[in-house]
Design a protein around this ligand. Sequence first.
Ligand code: URA
Length: 208
Amino acid sequence: MNVTIIDHPLIQHKLTIMRRQETSTASFRRLVNEIAMLLCYEVTRDLPMTAEQIQTPMERMDAPTLAGKKLCFVSVLRAGNGLLDGMLNLIPSARVGHVGLYRDHDTLEAVEYYYKVPSDIADRLVIAVDPMLATANSAIAAVQRLKDGGAVNIKFLCLLAAPEGVKAFGLAHPDVELYTAAVDRELSKEGYILPGLGDAGDRIFGTK
Ligand code: URA
């Protein structure tokens, strides 16, 4: 499969608490924030580095520093917003874009209603985020929209994926690396991930 599973004990433990139906909105939100930081840490593991000469209180040294392209996080609205805070805690200088898509409940197809990203998106490493990769219709459409808008270097980060979504995403965007904390068993006929954690947006925002 064309996917990196970020199988870290802290992430898996937090994910298990998020899956429990009795987990409160406040706890779920805090956990999304924490897990987003841990996922972001892993997704950015291979950022290019350079050396910069600095002066410590003791002497001069060539010190490692991030090189090259700047980052842009893109939230696939609305649940993607839940991952942004944690990621921005780690990389406060990242730019943020938004792609608004809703899932047509009958066709499960993605329909765009909002798009705003930095004008220099072509020069940035784009990390698009949406907690749930179910059918992958929204993710595929969001990434296509970003490519149409000029983005050339894109990674996609989610929390949970269905095998069907991973396959569809890989077929549509074989050039985009996909990261997730887990790939669950299957997609329900209603388009939910099983066993999953329910509707991520509703659980983050308490809208159930
Ligand atoms: N979106 C969600 O929030 N949950 C799912 O299980 C599938 C899509």
